[in-house]
Design a protein around this ligand. Structure first.
Ligand SMILES: [Zn+2]
Length: 422
């Protein structure tokens, strides 16, 4: 019976002989007079040695990997009421929609550049829907895409037609008037509009209906030539989405572990996926950062069913797919398409130190639209990278060559590891 040590990559050759004292003549140091050198080769006999040798055998370890997913995306938007609409200087379009929600998520935005640089805010390249869905012929909820960005309480789009908000003014028997809203003051119940036909003096619509993107108001007065004052303080709703891809977690997608086996093979570790996994899905959170997140334990560690199995002689690792790291490192704002934009660096994955262990890979940010044209490769490399931290407990960077293969330092540390985190 031969008992080997547990370090992956350690090599052994077994020698057997019937002649007393013969084994003591073997050495792994070449060129010692009177002794017989044993190479790392596979030959069964050696010149001058009365016995047989096994071929070289190498220690491999298994890494038992548990793979979980965050639940599918839900409620990844902000809804509320429009309180003001601000027109362009030339009266041609609405360029800002001011809302009753705080849109500041800590990222640099059009009001606050916390890092001293300009930023377009989380809703850069996002979408706003104004109004309510309603059947023709009246106007209905509209969608404006490719926003410039946001300030603390507004979104902005200067380009093109600005933010599209249609209206229809009607009072039988007069013909309906249509056009678009370019200004609004909720406090004064006052809309500023433009219409191809103009409003004329417009007094015939007093007491009629102003339909703004599906929301109906009673007309109190027309202020010549562009303003319509309404009677009621009906809410004008909005829904705001950023440029996230809300499909990345669909069907409980777990991170792609396709490069893990070849990467770990270089350190003589073989990942296996043989763990019982009764709780494979964690609740959705758009942004989750790790240890300092208040309900992190609920969302992450409680789903790690195999955590208690991790031991020196039974290596366990945990990988969960997530959506985005914290709001200041989720690439919203991200693309440098607009003048003055500052890209927010994205964290692609995180490994929990501080005695917690496990890692998360953020699928929303590993996409071509977020600056990773070879997204599939990047995702596999991120898994390899985080598992490097998990096995070694080291936070040293860089971990891989960027191609899903460990750098020499990490191969060495993996081979010397006692067990993965925690
Ligand atoms: Zn790292």
């Amino acid at each position: 019976m031969l008992r080997v040590c547990a370090q992956p990559g350690n090599n052994y050759r077994v020698a057997a002989t019937c002649c007393a004292g013969e084994l003591g003549r073997l050495t792994v140091t070449n060129g010692v007079p009177g002794l017989v050198y044993v190479s790392a080769g596979n030959e069964g006999t050696l010149e001058g040695f009365q016995g047989r040798l096994s071929e070289m055998v190498t220690v491999w370890r298994r890494l038992h990997v548990e793979l979980d997913s965050m639940q599918d995306v839900a409620q990844n938007h902000i809804a509320g009421q429009v309180v003001r609409i601000i027109r362009s200087a030339d009266f041609s379009r609405a360029v800002r929609v001011v809302v009753n929600r705080n849109l500041d998520d800590g990222s640099p935005n059009l009001d606050h550049p916390p890092f001293g640089g300009l930023g377009n805010g989380r809703f850069e390249l996002g979408t706003i829907r104004v109004g309510v869905a309603s059947p023709p012929p009246g106007p209905s909820q509209t969608e404006t895409r490719w926003l410039d960005g946001n300030g603390e309480r507004y979104v902005q789009k200067n380009l093109g037609a600005g933010i599209e908000i249609p209206f229809r003014l009607s009072k039988a028997p007069h013909p309906d008037l249509q056009g678009k809203v370019v200004g609004y003051e909720k406090a004064n119940r006052l809309f500023t509009v433009i219409s191809p036909t103009g409003l004329g003096n417009g007094q015939q619509y007093k007491g009629g209906t102003l339909n703004v993107a599906g929301v109906k108001f009673v007309v109190r007065r027309i202020h010549h030539p562009l303003s319509i004052e309404v009677e009621d303080d009906v809410p004008l709703p909005f829904v705001l989405q950023d440029d996230d891809d809300n499909t990345v977690l669909a069907n409980q997608r777990t991170p792609d572990v396709g490069e893990l086996a070849p990467a770990l093979a270089e350190a003589f570790v073989a990942p296996v996926y043989d763990l019982a996994n009764p709780n494979p899905v964690a609740p959705f959170r758009a942004n989750i950062m790790g240890v300092f997140d208040p309900d992190f334990g609920q969302l992450f560690l409680q789903r790690w069913d195999s955590r208690g199995l991790n031991a020196n002689d039974y290596w366990v690792a945990y990988v969960q797919s997530g959506f985005q790291y914290e709001t200041m490192a989720d690439n919203d704002p991200g693309l440098v398409l607009l003048a003055g934009s500052t890209a927010e660096g994205a964290v692609l994955g995180t490994t929990l130190m501080l005695g917690l262990g496990g890692c998360m890979v953020y699928l929303e940010v590993i996409r071509p639209a977020e600056g990773f044209p070879a997204a599939a490769e990047k995702e596999r490399d991120t898994v390899v990278h985080e598992i490097g931290h998990v096995i070694t407990g080291s936070g040293q960077e860089p971990v891989t060559w960027g191609n899903g293969r460990y750098r020499p330092d990490y191969l060495r540390m993996i081979r010397q590891a006692v067990r993965p985190l925690p």
